[in-house]
Design a protein around this ligand. Structure first.
Ligand code: G4P
Length: 524
């Protein structure tokens, strides 16, 4: 198929939700509809990425399988869906942020009883930075919850986005009878899921159809009145407003019962945007350009414990990937032949023969690829917008067996490439200091060092309050390095970092060196 056809049929998205709203269940059912899995329950990361550390550790053990589901490609009707998983735990918000730079739209899942929750608010803020179009699925209608009208008001008030109901629930909880599609004028009656199959409740054409009265009695007239009211009181779906990220089409259903998801998927296929281009430092790269370009938004070390491989996830922005393609690794200025990229078909990894804009391919990484790297067919470009945040928590790695120093350095460096932690090597001593955004990261790193690098290590408090990348011209930097030796370190990418023992110290240093910049967020 032609590049343009393949590109326009791609839909690359992520699910944003608060833990427990039903992200995992929705993912499973979408894969089921896409025919990508035979049986729900194949999404192995189920529940392991939320809550306690022990859950996370369990996910670590299942890593070979669970991480493969971090990108899931499946066909639905004429479109090809790329669903990118986002880590559930708030300690991994940086990862989530970067995943969201690689999607073109997002699906927001809300629990009908809980409404808008904190994590959703945060993730929504991230989506807003790029005006990412958002579709909404209100889940668990088989349980009692808030009144649908109230819920839409809440979404509008709290998330500051217009709601355009596409389907409307008929009752809820014990009285849940189905959904009415406001644009197709069809009613799908609710049927409890039968095992793993998608439920296929009866479909009735037309709100005035007497069959409806036959089946749901008095509720039919209630529904007719309610729909009239809803049509009057809510926003009509407007494609343009949705694409600008200012309006969200809303679907209702019950994921665990496979109910209402088909309507959602149809809406996705029809309205969600095809791959968009991306900004670089010099120009905007359009998705329909012939030459291939892409950027790396995520790195995963030791994906397959048996092979100790490190995989860089690249979003293709333009052009076509074919096995054996030669690409320029712009940052290091080298041409590399990519022969064994990985695609992520549902839950199995396969070698990619070809891939198109919007697709994610996995590149084997031997330490040369970093988050934010750009690949092209030769042009010198750098995609922007993939940030790195300065961590706020710091610990010194304390080795149990001093003979393992090399392995420790290697482990910490490789795990830092994933972007969730930062490694600092002070210039004045041999410490290895790890910075992280969440405290759970230290436990995860210690566990992974033991499992994947066979190094026992502890993390102990260290006198670092905050870190800033130091930016300035060469002469000024060398002057700085002559004067200041304490509190200066290099990160894993050999960038100069000031690790301040206190915020006051940082402020003083900033005042003392007005020609240098001390930055908290660095674009890769
Ligand atoms: P998450 O990934 O967003 O954290 O949520 P997940 O899908 O794991 O769902 C959280 C809980 O909500 C699960 O129950 C799940 O079965 C339930 N759930 C999901 N969709 C629906 C729905 O449409 N209706 C109802 N009633 N429940 C739903 P659990 O008890 O935590 O786990 P499980 O024992 O059911 O697997």
């Amino acid at each position: 198929m032609s590049l343009i056809l393949e590109t326009t049929r791609r839909r690359t998205f992520a699910i944003i939700s608060h833990p427990d709203a039903g992200k995992t269940t929705v993912t499973e059912k979408l894969l089921l509809y896409g025919g990508a899995i035979q049986m729900a329950g194949a999404v192995k990361s189920r529940k392991t990425d939320r809550g306690a550390t022990s859950d996370w550790m369990k996910m670590e053990q299942e890593r070979g399988i669970s991480v493969a589901s971090s990108v899931m490609q499946f066909p639905y009707k004429d479109v090809m869906m790329n669903l990118l998983d986002t880590p559930g735990h708030e300690d991994f918000s940086e990862d989530t942020y970067r995943v969201l730079t690689a999607v073109d739209s997002a699906l927001m899942v809300i629990d009908v009883a809980k409404g808008v929750e904190d994590r959703t608010i945060k993730l929504m803020e991230v989506c807003r930075l790029r005006d990412t179009p958002i579709l909404t699925f209100i889940n668990k209608l088989d349980r009692e919850g808030k009144e649908p009208i109230e819920l839409l008001d809440e979404v509008e008030d709290v998330l500051k986005i217009e709601c355009a109901p596409m389907t409307w629930p008929i009752g809820m909880g014990k009285r849940f009878k189905g959904i009415y599609h406001l644009y197709n004028d069809t009613i799908r009656l609710f049927a409890q899921a039968d095992g793993q199959r998608a439920s296929e409740g009866e479909l009735i054409q037309g709100l005035d159809n007497p069959r409806l009265d036959e089946l749901i009695g008095g509720m039919a007239d209630e529904l007719r009145d309610e729909i009239e009211l809803v049509r009057g009181a809510s926003h009509e779906f407007d494609l343009e407003t949705f694409l600008q990220g200012k309006q969200t089409p809303v679907f209702f259903g019950s994921a665990v019962n496979n109910f209402g998801l088909q309507e959602l998927l149809d809406g996705f296929a029809m309205y969600a945007p095809p791959p968009k281009g991306r900004e670089t430092e010099d120009r905007f790269v359009k998705a329909d350009e012939d030459k291939m370009t892409g950027f790396v938004f995520k790195i995963q070390a030791n994906m397959d414990p048996a092979h100790r491989d490190r995989v860089a996830f690249m979003r293709i922005v333009s052009g076509k990937y074919e096995a054996g393609k030669k690409l320029k690794h712009v940052r290091i200025g080298k041409d590399v032949k990519i022969s064994k990229a990985i695609t992520f078909l549902a839950n199995k990894r396969e070698q990619a023969e070809e891939a198109y804009p919007g697709d994610i391919i996995g590149l084997h990484n031997h330490g040369t690829i970093k988050i934010g790297d750009t690949f092209t067919e030769g042009e010198v470009l750098k995609f922007t917008g993939i940030p790195n945040f300065a961590p706020e928590l710091f610990r010194r790695a304390r080795l149990k067996d001093p003979m393992k120093m090399k392995a420790l350095q290697k482990g910490l460096t490789q795990l830092s490439e994933e972007g969730a932690t930062q490694l600092y090597r002070p210039i004045s001593n041999n410490d290895l200091i790890l910075g992280a955004v969440g405290v759970l990261q230290f436990e995860v790193v210690a566990q992974r060092l033991a499992d994947e690098y066979n190094v026992a290590c502890q993390f102990e408090p260290v006198n670092v309050a905050t870190a800033r990348w130091v930016i300035g011209d060469k002469a000024e930097i060398s002057k700085f390095l002559d004067k200041v030796t304490d509190n200066v370190a290099y990160d894993a990418a050999d960038q100069l970092v000031y690790i301040a023992p206190t915020r006051v110290n940082l402020q003083l240093t900033e005042e003392r060196w007005p020609n240098l910049k001390f930055v908290a967020t660095r674009e890769h």
